[in-house]
Design a binder for this molecule. Structure first.
Ligand SMILES: NC(=O)c1ccc[n+]([C@@H]2O[C@H](COP(=O)([O-])OP(=O)(O)OC[C@H]3O[C@@H](n4cnc5c(N)ncnc54)[C@H](O)[C@@H]3O)[C@@H](O)[C@H]2O)c1
Length: 371
């Protein structure tokens, strides 16, 4: 059967809109220091990427009495969104070039007590959304700050597996990848249980998985898309925190949970309309504060990082190019944040140096929210 661009594109859209598909097994991919690192090429599979609504082609149908359809083409056509895919691949290529230097015992033992406290030496750390972007760079930073094992939870099989293999190859420490959608509570519980069996109870959870919809007017926002974003950004953060929090409580182990929220949880972005994303991140901040209050008695700390505009694949969409100039002009530092600009704060919040901090929401935005 021959597939036209349009029929493939429609199939992709149907798959991408499908509810979470349940498979019977949560199969982690483990990279252990004693295991030979696997080598493989990065294949950004369109079908596997489609678990997140990130179109590679936008199908368009124009029905118009005034000849506009004829001017635009045959009436049914697709707009390629090549840059998004290229940006994702580019971010992998950029990350591939960076070194990861793990903190070894000799160096750690020679450090001052203050610097030792600012490390995450020996900690077991789960990062969601660690396949790429901010989550991936925070994972690298935690490895450089002494993590004993780094576990990536992400919905993207190809990128997640590649990210874990690469981090293991570069650092030599235990790294594993679990293909988990943060909307899938049962899969999360199974995966966290497996993490406990493999490495012990996690000390730190970094919730970085998230999606963004922007330039959608509230009056025409598709309720299904609204629910989907809330489900990933807010409910997903809750399900992860609940599962890891329970494991920490069961072990009687202190822990640190870091929620990646956004400045959009505190301000309304300009000029793009994105009511749902803003609401989701406001929810994440309030969720973080509520969990911090409830779980302080278990010595579990919960803090939020609220980034401003960051230069990641999430924002490398051609439609946002013009708006990026406005974002920069409204940012005192006159730039977007670099993909590793959250690293220092993340390590600090994960470390015992922040032991009296809980329920905080820290803006890291180049000064955007000053105006
Ligand atoms: N980039 C920015 O400007 C910016 C600003 C403020 C806050 N943030 C937040 O930072 C976090 C990371 O953003 P980023 O720029 O690195 O984005 P990104 O798109 O580069 O990475 C997000 C990762 O989350 C994963 N993911 C998406 N949906 C998932 C799901 N349902 N289950 C599991 N994994 C899923 C993706 O596969 C991807 O690997 C997000 O929560 C985002 O809202 C980003």
């Amino acid at each position: 059967m021959a597939f036209t661009t349009r029929s493939v594109s429609c199939a992709l859209r149907l798959i991408s809109r499908a509810p979470v598909v349940r498979s019977n097994l949560v199969n982690p991919v483990l990279y252990h220091p004693l295991m030979q690192a696997r080598t493989f090429s990065v294949a950004v599979s369109l079908f596997k990427k489609s678990e997140v609504i990130r179109e590679t082609e936008v199908p368009v149908s124009i029905y118009s009495p005034d000849g506009r359809a004829a001017a635009a083409g045959p009436g049914h056509f697709s707009i390629p969104v090549k840059e998004t895919l290229a940006a994702a691949t580019a971010s992998i290529a950029e990350a591939e070039n960076e070194n990861v230097i793990p903190l070894g015992a000799t160096v750690y033992n020679s450090m001052s007590p203050t610097m030792q406290k600012m490390s995450v030496m020996g900690k077991v750390i789960i990062v969601t959304g660690g396949a790429r972007g901010l989550g991936n760079h925070m994972a690298r930073a935690c490895v450089e700050a002494g993590a004993k094992a780094m576990i990536i939870f992400d919905a993207n099989q190809d990128l997640g597996d590649e990210a874990a293999a690469e981090l293991h190859r570069k650092s030599g420490i235990d790294v594993s990848f679990f293909k988990v959608d943060v909307r899938d509570g049962d899969a999360i519980n199974a995966a966290v249980e497996q993490v406990v069996n493999l490495y012990g109870t996690p000390d730190v959870l970094i919730n970085s998985a998230g999606i963004a919809d922007s330039n959608i007017k509230a009056e025409t926002y598709d309720p299904a898309l609204f629910r989907r974003l809330i489900d990933i950004n807010l409910t997903g953060s809750f399900l992860m925190a609940q599962s890891v929090g329970r494991a920490m409580m069961a072990a009687g182990k202190p822990g640190s949970i870091i929620m990646v929220a956004s400045m959009s949880g505190s301000i309304v972005n300009y000029p793009q309309e994105q009511s749902c994303y803003n609401a989701s991140k406001a929810g994440v901040i309030q969720l973080g504060k509520s969990l911090a209050a409830e779980w302080a008695k278990y010595a579990i700390r919960v803090n939020c990082i609220s980034p401003g505009y960051m230069d990641t694949a999430l924002n490398k969409v051609p439609a946002l190019d013009a708006q990026k100039k406005i974002w920069r002009s409204l940012t005192p530092q006159d730039r977007l944040g670099a993909v590793d600009d959250l690293n220092g704060l993340c390590v600090f919040l994960a470390s015992d140096a922040s032991s009296f901090m809980t329920g905080s929401n820290i803006l890291i935005d180049g000064g955007y929210t000053l105006y």
